[in-house]
Design a protein. Structure first.
Lengths: 297, 362, 360
């Protein structure tokens, strides 16, 4: 049989290029992006602090002392001072990382699973199914997220889990929208048609061809939602719709320290600074990830 | 007819399996009957259909075993839609497709079965490959879907890579974005062949390639056709390539077949005015013989609300009153050659001033 | 860097020495080199291009993808991304030194002196404005005339490019027009300030055959009527024959052969030109195997010292790999950069030639 193998040897230039997968290329680009690496380590540090809180916190975050109220930053034994009931700020901030991160990340994960699935189904099946799902999402989308969160939380009542449910519901529509949009784009590409032409069934096509091309974009969008979620969670706690006292949570701390603003403004601002740093870091990391994944081939 | 044009690609009568079949009386492998596809345009409050894009409007043709049928036409003619209809990537509104005697659809041949007989190579070599899969996985996907065990599918992928001229050891683990257009198109061909089809649909498969790469891939396609005893349906807008590759040619205009026949006849004596215009619109290769006047004015019209009667009458230099009233049908114009055209000028007794007289039936 | 061979006294350009007497020379490019730097390395897109172009002359640059033809043309209008690009050499258009000009001065030139039409007309037009408005805006950028006068000019232009129902079409949005119509509108836009040089970047590649021939004939007629010089980039030999007076065949950033269309295609003197012609599919080749050029174009970030085509050339000698060949004059205004040029020009285009024959 006459196989024209001769032409195979001529592509010297191509051979020299090492075969790299998509994710390897992404990692390589990330390694060169200093801003993202820096803020990525900040995020990592905050997460580690939250995990190892019992080992890192110098005092019991619940231990109050009426004598030691509102001690300023730099007091001996209390590096960041004490709050309005005499509890050590540093310990409360460290333990606060746990709750704030938990309330920030959990809703996004839930919404990713639910909204992502809804969007992928809507995008792939198309037609009436798409219309039903997406128009239902639009109803929720019409409300500003803060208002919606407050409304749902108000209806459900205060508490961590109610707040998480509320935020999950807030984030499902945008995630569904993004996944539907990306899935629709991928669905119309020739390689999906080629897969259909080879006789594959819908689920196989989704599993092999659609998911790997779609999850990247959805994932990136979710990480950008985390920064919003942290702020919203803190906001809900500030309004009394999230965590209940005496739990250490940054938003709640902002609320209880309100009166201290005239006495010791630095103290009152500390939880806000933590919210700001965490949210900003997640935001910049997600931006960096997006740039790294936007590979023009 | 010079010696060169006696095609080397005569049907492989030498090989077993085609005993007794010589050029002339081959049984049709693919038979398309009155295929129709309209795309509705919806509008208004209740999303009613206000118009239709008449993409494919009742086309019928046959493809004989072992031949290459070229389909040519300009944008809006419906050739790409036809390819997708044949592959059932789009459901036709009416009409049927018969492959090897069995009708595709409910009672005859299942869709899965059809896809083992007929496969497609797409135009955009990059968009037709999943950027996240390695080459090996892409080629092995089809067979695995049909139950071939993974190890065997992988071996088949390696063999096919070699057959399309790519060293398996170098290319198995590659990703599409690392390859050139020509290489990607070879992989698309390998992928199409992985299911061992009898018929390959090539939808503008070489149009996006550089000329020198195009030549390489065309040579490959001819080799593969011979080695695997394939039948090709070759869709293209490039008349030179179609002339080179095809045994018979089908000309489409606005969703209909206007002419069909053996390639040399069509190119030497086209009967339909559109075919004539199309052929004379090809840029000349002779500097002393440059075009002076464009053969056709205006753009190819929109398949939404096509002209009445003969769809070509708005641009036809020979159009008469009759042409806007009555649609011509595809009729035999040259029995010996097997050439058909849909034009009142070639239809005896049609009423057109240039039409031949109706011959009394014997 | 040693002086490139193309700086030799006999210019690579197929044109005669600049006709300063009557001032007919419009474009004079010498040793143009363009490189793009990125984190992955430097890509040498153009490696020493020389040519001159007279007023009213049409030159086609013929090449495949990656040959540098589009980059050469965009350099003429300084349309390349500034930060990444290094341009050396000299580009003179109508007496202006293009490389030395700043943004503002260049912007003044674009329109009245030099103008460009693209492959995809949708990219030339803003989708939210009517085509008439955009053409009028272009005119008024360079000439201070009233709105009404600008619209009248736009109407004249539309009639010049043979758009039917011109008045009504002026108020069309780009998406409302068909492909051929948009291409004509783009030509009207390009001609709106009466440029002396028109650059065309594969404007007919995306068009159907019947529309392509209309546009080519239109361009030819306009060029004649307006005495406009045209640089036309294409990968299609047929198109080059239909539109060009002169042709430059480009490979890996260099002109490997230049001459009149008749000379270059009648007596090709460079192995690449011959390979290109032989591998261009024609119906008459039916039944025979196509003579494809083996291999693929070189990696432009790693240019070899010698002839870039040598690895693919059946007639390559050891010296071809070491040093870029000198330009040989093989006919009247016909040059090629190959050591075998003289022998090849005497061999008929389709005829094969062995290495031994070529060297004799």
């Amino acid at each position: 049989m006459n196989t024209p193998i001769a032409e195979a040897n001529i592509d010297v230039a191509q051979v020299a290029v090492q075969s790299r997968g998509y994710w390897t290329t992404v990692l390589q680009r990330l390694r060169r992006d200093r801003v993202t690496l820096f803020f990525g380590s900040v995020v990592l540090a905050i997460i580690l602090v939250a995990i190892f809180a019992p080992l890192l916190a110098p005092h019991d975050p619940y231990h109050a002392s009426m004598i030691k109220r509102l001690k300023p930053v730099g007091t001996e034994g209390h590096l960041l001072g004490t709050d309005e009931t005499g509890r050590d700020m540093l310990s409360r901030l460290i333990y606060g990382a746990r709750l704030s991160l938990f309330m920030g990340i959990m809703p996004v994960i839930n919404a990713l699973v639910i909204g992502g699935a809804l969007g992928i189904i809507a995008g792939f099946v198309g037609g009436r199914t798409n219309m039903i799902i997406m128009r239902a999402m639009d109803v929720f989308y019409a409300f500003p997220s803060v208002l919606l969160a407050i409304a749902i939380s108000g209806a459900l009542g205060a508490g961590i889990f109610n707040a998480i449910i509320s935020l999950t519901l807030v984030f499902i529509p945008p995630l569904a929208r993004v996944s539907e949009s990306v899935t629709t784009q991928v669905r119309n590409l020739d390689y999906v048609d080629a897969a259909r032409a080879s006789g594959a069934r819908a689920l196989t096509i989704i599993r092999v061809h659609v998911l790997s091309n779609v999850l990247g974009a959805i994932f990136i969008y979710s990480t950008s939602l985390i920064s919003v979620s942290i702020i919203l969670a803190s906001g809900l706690s500030f309004l009394g719709l999230g965590t209940k006292p005496p739990e250490p949570e940054w938003g709640l701390m902002l609320n209880t320290l309100r009166q201290a603003i005239y006495v010791n403004p630095v103290l009152a601002a500390l939880p806000g600074v933590m919210i700001f740093i965490t949210s900003l870091s997640f935001n910049l990391v997600s931006d960096g990830l997006r740039s790294a994944m936007d590979i023009k081939v | 007819m010079s010696a060169e044009s006696i095609a080397v690609e005569t049907p492989p009568a030498e090989t077993a399996g085609h005993a007794g079949h010589r050029s002339g009386e081959r049984r049709a492998l693919v038979s398309v009957n009155d295929l129709k596809k309209y795309f509705p345009i919806r509008g208004g409050l209740l999303n009613r259909t206000i118009a239709n894009v008449q993409a494919v409007d009742g086309i019928s043709f046959e493809v004989k075993r072992g031949e290459t049928l070229g389909i040519v036409g300009e944008s809006g003619c419906g050739k790409s839609t036809t390819a997708r209809l044949l592959m059932r990537l789009i459901e036709p509104d009416s009409g049927d497709v018969i492959i090897d005697g069995k009708r595709v659809g409910a009672d005859g041949m299942s869709l899965r079965g059809m896809r083992r007989q007929m496969q497609m190579v797409f135009q955009d070599s990059f968009a037709s490959l999943n950027p996240r899969l390695t080459i090996e996985d892409t080629i092995a996907f089809g067979p695995m879907v049909h139950g071939v065990p993974q190890a065997e599918a992988r071996t088949r992928a390696r063999d096919l890579l070699a057959k399309v001229g790519l060293d398996p050891n170098l290319f198995i683990r590659r990703y599409p974005h690392e390859l050139s257009g020509g290489q990607r198109q070879r992989i698309n061909i390998a992928r199409a062949l992985a299911l061992e089809p009898k018929i390959v649909l090539l939808d503008e498969a070489v149009s996006a390639l550089d000329k020198s790469v195009e030549a390489q891939v065309l040579n490959l396609l001819m080799d593969l056709k011979r080695d695997f005893e394939l039948t090709y349906i070759f869709i293209s807008h490039d008349l030179h390539v179609v002339h080179y590759v095809s045994d018979r040619v089908l000309v489409m205009y606005l969703g209909q077949v206007v002419e069909i026949g053996p390639v040399d006849e069509i190119y030497a004596s086209p009967r339909h005015p559109y075919t004539q215009a199309l052929l004379s619109a090809m840029p000349s290769m002779d500097p002393d013989n440059r075009a002076e006047k464009p053969p056709l004015a205006g753009d190819p019209p929109n398949p939404i609300n096509p002209p009445s009667g003969c769809r070509f009458h708005t641009r036809c230099p020979f159009a008469e009153d009759l042409c806007s009233k009555r649609s011509p049908t595809l009729e035999l114009v040259d029995a010996a050659a097997g050439q058909f055209a849909a034009c009142h000028m070639t239809s005896p007794g049609s009423g057109h001033s240039k039409a031949p007289q109706k011959r009394a039936t014997a | 860097m040693t002086m490139s061979v193309t700086e030799a006294p006999t210019p690579l350009a197929a044109g005669s020495a600049p006709d300063t007497a009557t001032g007919r020379t419009l474009v004079d490019v010498r040793d143009l080199r363009v490189a793009f730097t990125s984190e992955d390395g430097t890509v040498h897109a153009v490696n020493g291009v020389d040519f001159t172009l007279d007023r009213g002359e049409v030159m086609c640059i013929l090449g495949e993808s990656g040959s540098g033809k589009s980059v050469t043309m965009r350099a003429l209008m300084k349309l390349l991304p500034e930060r990444k690009t290094t341009i050396t050499g000299s580009i003179m258009v109508d007496g202006h030194d293009i490389i030395a000009l700043d943004d503002a001065a260049m912007s003044d030139l674009r329109g009245p002196t030099v103008s460009m039409i693209f492959q995809e007309p949708m990219t030339a037009f803003d989708p939210v404005f009517t085509v008439g408005d955009q053409i009028a805006e272009a005119i008024r950028r360079h000439e201070s005339i009233s709105d009404a006068d600008a619209r009248k000019r736009a109407l004249e232009l539309f009639e010049l490019v043979q758009i039917p129902s011109a008045n009504r079409r002026l108020d069309n949005y780009p998406f409302e027009m068909s492909g051929g119509m948009r291409q004509r509108a783009m030509i009207a836009l390009a001609l709106s300030c009466r440029p002396s040089l028109l650059l065309a970047d594969e404007p007919t590649t995306a068009l159907d055959a019947t529309v392509q021939i209309q546009i080519l004939l239109l361009l030819r007629q306009l060029q004649r009527d307006l005495d406009m010089a045209v640089v036309f980039v294409t990968h299609d030999i047929g198109v080059a024959v239909e539109i060009g007076d002169r042709i430059a065949v480009m490979y890996a950033g260099r002109f490997v052969e230049t001459g009149t269309v008749r000379n270059v295609f009648g007596h090709p003197a460079h192995p690449y030109t011959r390979g290109l012609m032989n591998s261009t599919v024609k119906g008459s080749m039916r039944g025979t195997r196509l003579q494809a050029i083996d291999g693929s174009p070189p990696d432009l970030s790693r240019m070899p010292p010698g002839c870039a085509f040598a690895p693919r050339c059946g007639l390559a000698e050891p010296v071809c790999f070491e040093q870029y060949p000198a330009t040989e004059s093989v006919g009247e205004r016909h040059v090629a950069a190959c050591i075998h040029a003289r022998r090849l020009v005497a061999t008929a285009p389709g005829e094969a030639i062995t290495k031994a024959e070529a060297s004799s």
